[in-house]
Design a binder for this molecule. Sequence first.
Ligand code: COA
Length: 274
Amino acid sequence: MMVLETVNLEMDGPVATIFLNRPAKKNAMNPQMHRDMNQVLDTIEEAGNVKAVVVTGIGDSFSAGMDLEECFLQPFDDPQLFYRTNLVALNWFKRLKAFPAVTIAKVNGFAFGGGVLVTGICDLAVTTDTALFGLSEINFGIFPAGGATWAATHNLPRKQALYYILTGDTMTGQQAQEYGLVNKSVPADQLDAETDRIVRKIVKKNPVTLELAKQVYERTTMMDLPTAIDYDQAKLWELSRLSGNEWVNVALKQFEKRAYQPGLTTYSRAEARS
Ligand code: COA
């Protein structure tokens, strides 16, 4: 366990778990937390073998968003300080969005502002039925910035995104599932098990395939179909080369022997090279 001032990092083979750790402040993200987050992302990247990154909060909150005092109020009168303070945050938000491993938000309680942003930029998200999400920026006079509006527009249907942006109302975990902000909302005592269930599926996959599948998803959302098809084909050859043709040499060979049904489960990577 790596213990920083405001964030803990647990590394367990292919799974890294990041714990936001300012429970007395509902895990509001202060400048120190932004610095710590950059540091743990460095550590995970340097390890090189992580396939799944879980982000969660210690205590009864995932994150109450940006620390309104330390990030906004206190540095506001010094433009350079304000800029630099928030740049550290924006930097790890962008890094998390483009992270090579699969990112999973395990939303264990309040998720406001930046908490919704982190939920939205993670690839997957699980929460509890009673968790509360809110784009509360309008309640203190701004619109959701730093990528939070992006997180809303890319995870919620238009009317719901605009409703929560414009009213600052909260939504429960169950509503978040209904609208698509999270994959699943479960009773609080099932949050760990539900997250583990997803993680166990992810870690069985080839890491190169996971990384390229994410890239293809992100890039092709901005392409027309003929361009996307050409891009997919090029990426498939890249995947083959980078993975030693594992999909043909291992996965499809196992299928040929009827060792498994790809429609229902994944192949065994025991014979794979990495
Ligand atoms: N920035 C700074 N401090 C925050 C914070 C934030 N975003 N969110 C919570 N805190 C602090 C509270 O001020 C309080 O500090 P104190 O003990 O020094 O008074 C402490 O965390 C505990 O919060 P509290 O309000 O007592 O807990 P609660 O369970 O009654 O309510 C919230 C939790 C999340 C509903 C409430 O704290 C809140 O509205 N926070 C702001 C959420 C927000 O607007 N975030 C958007 C930021 S972009």
